[in-house]
Design a protein around this ligand. Sequence first.
Ligand SMILES: [Zn+2]
Length: 290
Amino acid sequence: MGGEHDSPMGAEHGSDSPAERPIGIGDAPPNLIRLLKERRRRRLRELATDESWPRILAHRFTQFRRLDAADQAELFAHTRVLLDEKGFEGCGGFEMTDEARVLIAATASLLLLHRHTDYYPALRSILVYPDAYVVPVQFEAGGGMVVEEQVDHIGESWTTGSLILSWNDVLIGAAGRDRGCNVVLHEFSHQIDAETGETDGMPPIEDPELRERWKQVFEREYERLCELTSRRRRTFIDEYGASHPSEFFAVATEHFFMEPVVFAKRQPELYRVLAAFWQQDPAKWGIRMD
Ligand SMILES: [Zn+2]
């Protein structure tokens, strides 16, 4: 999967630099804040789409071309809200562009289609590096020794309000050039996972029946992936998913949207549970017109 992803459990982070909240509503009561926010979102969703967006997405994002017109319109509406509410910042020499903002926000919006959403409520800033970036990681080396190694990261999601992405890997994922991996879908699904208060691979599911089915299927499929990975067997779901249940959810979500037809054939039960949660059936999307 070309580099480590992240430490989604992290609550502290040195480079976390939250942007100011975009709505200047000061100390208004919570109900009024919610009302004003909802009104602003409704207006944003109703605005016309910038004419450059379909071109950018048709060019960069392989799955965008497979969405029907209604889903594309909903995707644009959510994209407008995300662009309004979240800060986008270039890091490590990356100059932020409209193309980067639109591609990232639209990919993140794919996870919001057909669902009731509060637009990644904990997230304030998306920090973008030009390519994989190096993070010092400490490892237990046995005998109480701790060693520090420099590890390449392509993305991170933090519960403290920021999400980090490598632009080069955003492009590779959007173009479908890395075996169904997509770092934007990965990191934003961690944000949704964390909405329950715990990043544990169990996103917020209101329907008790689906929650029960999710637990059973996810636990079984996660253990199966761990077992196959430990025996160095080839697996459809990327082996990085075996590192933690939260990674399993994030990686399975990437494959679900990026390789849906194969996924539905290879792991139909897991596919169906994900389809019920995401309220989408991407295996039935239209055929891509390349
Ligand atoms: Zn991850």
